[in-house]
Ligand binder design. Structure first.
Ligand SMILES: Cc1cc2nc3c(=O)[nH]c(=O)nc-3n(C[C@H](O)[C@H](O)[C@H](O)COP(=O)(O)OP(=O)(O)OC[C@H]3O[C@@H](n4cnc5c(N)ncnc54)[C@H](O)[C@@H]3O)c2cc1C
Length: 483
């Protein structure tokens, strides 16, 4: 870390990772510093949908429709093993705007936009199908066939692995990246920034790009500029349940409040992700209230019941595997947490070289990194044109490592991807559903491999095992309480 870098990127979520890749392949020498493990923040908690943009037609945001649709196609090309098409369904509703005729108009317009303006439907070999109207029923219901709007978004199968693949690609182009490197502060000395880690190390650079996703900047000269943003917590529930083979949006009607919420049920690794709920208060997994979880479970129950599922609330509670929670930027002008979410990433700058970027969608992280580096290029002739829309990311052609991989492959993975703990390997490196309970034999094998590769002593091994047990038992206690 001693030499000077062109840019320091703070935060190893999808925004920091895509930024590192963009800077590295365009000719700069960047370094990424992540305080915990890579992809252990909000980026591991997303609903995993790569939004194709059709939803923005409702608000007549044509630019957003096209941007997202193109990004879906680009990510499918550069990350073919991480990104797959996801069939989506929206049922016909009682209002005119939700009638099959409006859906027909919307899907026809979307198909034309996508074909004519180089979207996901424009190329012959595209894996994406046209949006249409479909008369069908969703899996596991006894209800009659209904009309649905049908379209294809994409799904990132493993949102942590894609973050790591952006980082590996950047490293292949000369970037550096460190996990467990907690940044304490940033200061400007002359025209060089000094980023200080909490362990006392410092890194010098021309630019600092803060993708740490906390509202407060790490650079005190910027502190007052972030006042217009507030943190909004967002939550999904993961169920050991099969709702449909497609991702389906279903209304949940609260009879007491006469209020309807739209919930999305997305199939993922033999489970279903459901959500999303938004809160103004900062909710974390450690402090999440049982009552909040109960309200969300009731919403889910009403939604499934309304769609004709035969499940009781008690059964549904038993099927709860885990909770995803993350923080997103909202504007402090609006009170309603969902409505307050910002539509484009927030970019603040000190006018010299410190930039704070707060992302709002996993889907558009690469695009926003590209746009941001384009603005630097206007004043920095070291920066080349972007090729991130066409270069396939590292590791995307190799089969991902799983628990059934050989010891040798898992050892390689530990060495090559900066694994520091058993949790890093189990929850963020292996291509497994991290919400299923790993059995003792699996954990012991992983522990042995990590201990040998990292040279851990008995005390450290015991500590790591306790951390894994803690994670597992906290999951168990959560589902027991929810009953
Ligand atoms: C429940 C939920 C569902 C969502 N669903 C979708 C979806 O379906 N599709 C979609 O496109 N988007 C979705 N999103 C939004 C998307 O997940 C986020 O916009 C995106 O992951 C934000 O990425 P990030 O890199 O900015 O933040 P993060 O992933 O949080 O990364 C920031 C990183 O910075 C690190 N950091 C913080 N402080 C420091 C420090 N001092 N020093 C070093 N490192 C630091 C953190 O540890 C963290 O790893 C969802 C979000 C949530 C919460």
């Amino acid at each position: 870390m001693n030499s000077k870098f062109d840019a320091v990127v703070i935060g190893g979520g999808i925004y920091g990772a895509a930024m590192l890749w963009e800077l590295a392949h365009r000719g700069l020498k960047p370094i990424l510093l992540e305080k915990n493990d890579f992809a252990s923040g909000t980026s591991s908690n997303s609903l995993k949908t790569i939004h194709g943009g059709i939803r923005y037609l409702q608000k007549l945001q044509f630019n957003r429709v096209l941007e997202s649709d193109r990004e879906k196609a680009i990510l499918t090309k550069i990350a073919p093993s991480s990104i797959k098409p996801l069939n989506c369904l929206l049922p016909e509703g009682s209002s005119i705007s939700k009638s099959r005729y409006s859906y027909w108009a919307g899907t026809t317009f979307f198909n034309i936009l996508s074909r004519c303006f180089k979207g996901s439907l424009s190329s012959n070999g595209s894996p994406y199908k046209r949006a249409s109207i479909l008369k069908t029923s969703i899996l596991n219901t006894k209800s009659a066939d209904k009309y649905f709007m049908s379209w294809q978004d994409a799904q990132v199968l493993n949102s942590e692995r894609l973050v790591l693949n952006f980082i590996s690609s950047a490293i292949d182009y000369g970037a550096s990246a460190y996990n467990y490197a907690d940044v304490g502060s940033v200061a400007l000395h002359g025209d060089v920034y000094e980023t200080s880690l909490k362990d006392g190390q410092t890194v010098k650079s021309d630019y600092v790009i803060d993708c740490s996703s906390s509202i407060d900047p790490l650079y005190d000269r910027m502190a007052k500029d972030s006042g217009y943003l507030k943190p909004v917590s967002a939550m999904n529930l993961i169920f050991d349940l099969s709702v449909s083979n497609s991702a389906v949006a279903l209304p949940s009607v609260n009879p007491d409040l006469n209020k309807s919420t739209m919930l999305f049920f997305s199939p993922w690794m033999n489970s279903t992700l459901a959500g999303t709920w938004y809160f103004n208060e900062k909710v974390t997994k450690a402090n999440v209230d049982k009552e909040i979880v109960d309200v969300c479970l009731l919403d889910t129950y009403r939604s499934l019941k309304g769609a004709g599922f035969s499940i009781t609330l008690t059964e549904l509670k038993r099927k709860l595997l885990d909770i995803h929670l993350g923080v997103l930027p909202g504007t402090s002008k609006l009170d309603d947490p969902e409505k307050s979410l910002i539509e484009y990433p927030s970019v603040q700058s000190d006018g010299v070289g410190y930039h704070k970027i707060m992302g709002n969608k996993y889907t558009t992280a690469r695009l926003n990194a590209k746009k941001f580096v384009d603005t630097l290029k206007a004043k920095d002739n070291r920066i080349k044109e972007s090729k991130s829309h066409e270069i396939q990311l590292s590791n995307e052609s190799d089969p991902p490592c799983t628990l059934s991989s050989t010891d040798q492959s898992i050892r390689e993975l530990i060495k090559m991807s900066q694994v520091k703990t058993v949790s890093d390997l189990l929850y963020r490196r292996l291509n497994e559903n991290p919400h299923r309970a790993f059995n003792e034999k699996e954990i012991k094998r992983i522990l042995e491999l990590v201990a040998t590769e990292l040279g851990l002593n008995d005390e450290e091994v015991a500590q790591q095992l306790a951390e894994v047990e803690l994670t597992e038992s906290s999951k168990r206690s959560l589902s027991i309480e929810a009953r």
